[in-house]
Design a protein around this ligand. Structure first.
Ligand code: HXC
Length: 259
């Protein structure tokens, strides 16, 4: 992997997009490397992922404009398909992914962040979908996820049509991110959240993510049935017995086995 680093420590994998000269812009190779980084994770070992950018200026400053400038419509569609698959695979990745947004999250960068389960930002982070100013639409899911993530169609359309950027505090107000930290506290905060998630029963966390994601794509009655299935099947797991017995025995230490 040329542009992505993977570091696994204590059941938490940190995936760092590392193309600082271009503010971590997503060219074809970066997209391939991100996919390869997720594929490389051993889910018996890793229980939560942190996705971030290298340096203290940029998470991802968008798709690579130099690579896109001469594309025709066939190439544009292919790029949209490839990029959207990477985003969708992250959204559907079996374990939680926390975006630690350490600076610019523009265009494809904001779209990448929105594919993650939880977004935490540094106080210098800048968000936006500037595509219309470049003569394109958002192409890695932004026309679809922004409204879904912030739950405010008027604001989502305003941001998409104006292409204007917003700062971290405005992103927090909109619900685009969960919390904002000084730059040096961002990764420690993400690691703390990841370690809390990683200490819970992994199979229960996985089923919770699947229930939320799958349920949001269907009507409420079908969604409740999805929850019933994913809830019920956990009663055949060792970790459900362990979690409940630990409570009844007043034990703080739990020995979850991921099964
Ligand atoms: C290619 C990029 C880039 C990008 C930055 N760089 N963003 N290269 N694609 N998206 C490069 C610059 O060309 C420059 O390279 C270096 O990174 C540093 O950037 P500067 O512009 O010199 O830095 P600064 O003046 O601080 O401005 C930072 C910035 C600006 C505000 C983030 O770089 C910017 O506006 N970038 C483009 C943001 C954007 O429009 N993103 C959306 C892209 S479209 P050199 O070699 O000159 O030093 C998109 C669509 C997704 O994402 C869907 C597609 C299907």
């Amino acid at each position: 992997m040329e542009f992505v680093k993977v570091d696994v420590k204590d059941a938490v994998a940190t995936i760092t997009i590392d193309r600082p000269k271009a503010l971590n812009a997503l060219n074809t190779q970066v997209l391939k490397d991100i996919a390869a980084a997720f594929d490389s994770l051993d889910l018996d070992e890793v229980r939560c992922v942190i996705l971030t950018g290298s340096g203290d200026r940029s998470f991802v400053a968008g798709a690579d404009i130099g690579e896109m400038v001469e594309m025709d419509s066939a190439a544009g569609k292919e790029l949209g398909r490839v990029g959207n698959k990477v985003m969708r695979d992250i959204e559907n990745f079996p374990i939680p992914v926390i975006a630690a947004i350490n600076g610019f999250a523009l265009g494809g960068g904001n779209e990448l962040a929105m594919s993650c389960d939880v977004r935490l930002a540094s106080d210098n982070a800048i968000f936006g979908q500037p595509e219309v100013g470049l003569g394109i639409t958002p192409g890695f899911g932004g026309t679809q996820r922004l409204a879904r993530v912030i739950g405010n169609l008027s604001k989502a359309k305003e941001l998409l049509y104006t292409g204007r950027n917003i700062k971290a505090d405005q992103a927090l107000e909109l619900g685009l991110v969960s919390a904002v930290y000084p730059q040096e506290e961002l990764i420690p905060a993400a690691e703390k959240m990841a370690s809390i998630i990683a200490a819970n029963a992994p199979v229960a966390v996985r089923n919770t993510k699947a229930a939320v994601n799958r349920g949001l794509q269907t009507d409420i009655d079908a969604a409740i049935e999805i929850e019933v299935e994913l809830f019920g099947e956990l009663f055949d797991t060792a970790d459900q017995k362990e979690g409940m017995n630990a409570f009844l025995e007043k034990r703080k230490e739990k020995n979850f086995q991921n099964r």
